[in-house]
Design a protein around this ligand. Structure first.
Ligand code: ZN
Length: 130
């Protein structure tokens, strides 16, 4: 899956795209794994509420404040890497009844931390048709 991001830091809800891939794969019960092959992105699961999305971006600035980092000597994006380290680059989710078995308030987000860029997301879906 390709994802074109539009901001430096951005949360992109990919839940519908993942459910579409599960439907196309014809999987009823199983497991879906979403994996980002980048070092300045992350994948998280949480609530898609505008205020909370704002708060998550604020949290990222708090946990990795502006400052001098050794990696900035190479390409000036150490904060993006460090924020990615904290969030993690993959999630694994159960599939039931032909779709992601997420909690009522859960959505899956691709997190851009050094955009805008054209990103790739690896999705693996395994299971049975029932
Ligand atoms: Zn870098």
């Amino acid at each position: 899956m390709n994802i074109q991001t539009t901001s430096r830091i951005q949360l992109i809800d990919i839940t519908a795209s993942l459910n579409k891939e599960i439907a196309e794969a014809g999987i009823g019960t199983g497991m879906a794994m979403a994996y980002s092959p980048h070092t300045t992105t992350a994948i998280i699961i949480n609530e898609n509420e505008p205020g909370l999305k704002e708060d998550i971006l604020k949290l990222l600035n708090l946990i990795v404040p502006q400052g001098r980092y050794a990696h900035d000597r190479i390409d000036n994006n150490a904060r993006s890497h460090l924020q990615a380290v904290v969030l993690g680059n993959n999630v694994c989710m159960p599939i039931e009844n032909g779709g992601l078995a997420l909690g009522t308030w859960q959505s899956v987000f691709f997190v851009e931390l050094d955009g805008p860029r054209n990103r790739k997301l690896a999705v693996r879906i395994v299971g049975t048709g029932q």
